[in-house]
Design a protein around this ligand. Structure first.
Ligand code: FAD
Length: 377
């Protein structure tokens, strides 16, 4: 595909949502261009536990995480800052795989499926005369349709004047890989004062430790090492892992301004997908599954749009908004409520005691923040 070649759909961002859509659409003969600012393979800040809800869909796209060493995860352990804990079987279960491997796998698959994938940064998108004009650092493109799959926060949110981008977020996140003992079939979520840390194993037997905290909690400790020792390690589960394992990375990866503000699934005719459309608290949901699921949703609607002679852009956008809200709005809301409750230490201790008394309730709560498995015919 050269610069002026025919493009049906430009996908901005080659993360999980964008690459899933690229594979799905290309397999149906739709001309797709993915523009991703980073080179792959690359580590990303993420908990790296993927819910099984999207496994049948990935397999239908000929992607099998287990062929790449993914760890099967069936148990969930939750603890409070005071190390009170509860464990349950996960209703659906999931798998552990690094973003380094998963995103690269999808990137290669998108290329093999016929999508054009370029490494460049999109700096502007304009909708003019029923066509998208996309500017990158190096080139310009035109396309009939545009998918925004550029993640939770990007330069483009400012360019598009999206409401949430002007609001500051108090959250920052840290991720590292560790070598040490940890059960392969477990995902753990350990709360500490001012945040929570997820632990699970990845395909290469590393323990992924990924935590979210807020600036107020972090600031007095000045650096990551100090914060981990003085705050995270007050939770005995985290202490055990951090003190008995060896860091794999030279230094942890960090991101700031992690925001969970409400967004719109369609913005200036761009169909937003994954975190660009809305992000769930990792404490109470599975953003990766939502991203992949939204990639499927947008692809199915675009395939219908391109195959129906009388289809209009207005109907497509209306359907996408409706179906996106049906699939994700309730999950986002439930996730938000649970995360807010866990921010209050005292409440989280009471909740955990209550859950211990009624152990069948926890799997039900988990179900509320997870989607039903996708059935692929
Ligand atoms: C701390 C933390 C822990 C998490 N843990 C989990 C977990 O355990 N399980 C889970 O299911 N979810 C988890 N999530 C959520 C999950 O990471 C996201 O929901 C998921 O990555 C969303 O995928 P995406 O494709 O929408 O975005 P991304 O994966 O972020 O992809 C967006 C892509 O767009 C690219 N991009 C951005 N701007 C531009 C531009 N202008 N031009 C070109 N490219 C651009 C970026 O480089 C990036 O590759 C976690 C999130 C955080 C912050």
């Amino acid at each position: 595909m050269n610069d002026n070649a025919h493009i049906d759909v430009v996908i901005v961002g080659g993360g999980l949502a964008g690459l899933t859509a690229a594979i799905h659409l290309s397999k149906k003969g739709i001309a797709v261009l993915v523009i991703e600012k980073n080179n792959y393979p690359k580590h990303k800040v993420c908990g790296e536990y993927v819910s099984n809800e999207i496994l049948p869909y990935l397999q239908s796209l000929a992607i099998d995480p287990y062929r790449h060493g993914a760890k099967k995860i069936s148990r969930f352990l939750l603890s409070t800052p005071n190390s009170k804990s509860i464990e349950t079987q996960l209703p659906l279960g999931g798998f552990g795989i690094s973003r380094y491997t998963l995103d690269y796998l999808l990137w290669q698959k998108a290329r093999a499926s016929g999508a054009q994938c370029v490494q460049d940064t999109v700096t502007d998108i304009q909708f003019v005369n029923n066509t998208f004009e996309i500017k990158t650092k190096n080139k310009q493109y035109q396309s009939k349709m545009a998918i925004g799959a550029y993640g939770k926060r990007s330069n483009l949110d400012s360019t598009l004047h999206r409401d949430f981008i002007t609001k500051k977020s108090p959250f920052l996140a840290v991720k590292t890989h560790l070598k040490g003992d940890f059960p392969s079939d477990l995902v753990a979520l350990h709360n500490f004062k001012g945040g929570y840390c997820g632990l699970s194993k990845t395909e290469n037997d590393n323990i992924n430790a990924c935590y979210i905290t807020n600036y107020k909690a972090f600031k007095p400790y000045k650096n990551i090492q100090n914060f981990q020792e003085k705050v995270l390690c007050k939770n005995r589960f985290l202490k055990e892992v951090f003190e008995n394992s060896i860091a794999v990375f030279d230094k942890p990866l960090t991101i700031s301004q992690v925001s969970f503000y409400t967004k719109k699934p369609v913005e200036q005719h761009i169909l937003m997908c994954g975190d660009s459309a809305g992000m769930i608290h990792p404490l109470a949901g599975n953003g990766m599954s939502m991203a992949i699921r939204s990639g499927r949703l947008v692809s199915q609607l675009l395939i219908d749009y391109f195959s129906e002679k009388k289809a209009t852009r207005a109907t497509l956008e209306k359907k996408y908004k409706q179906q996106w809200n049906t699939a994700f709005k309730r999950r986002l809301k439930t996730g938000h409520i649970i995360a807010s409750l866990f921010e209050m230490e005292y409440i989280s201790e009471i909740m955990l005691m209550a859950l211990k008394g009624f152990p069948s309730v926890l799997p039900k709560i988990i179900e509320q923040t997870h989607g039903k498995p996708l059935i692929i015919k």
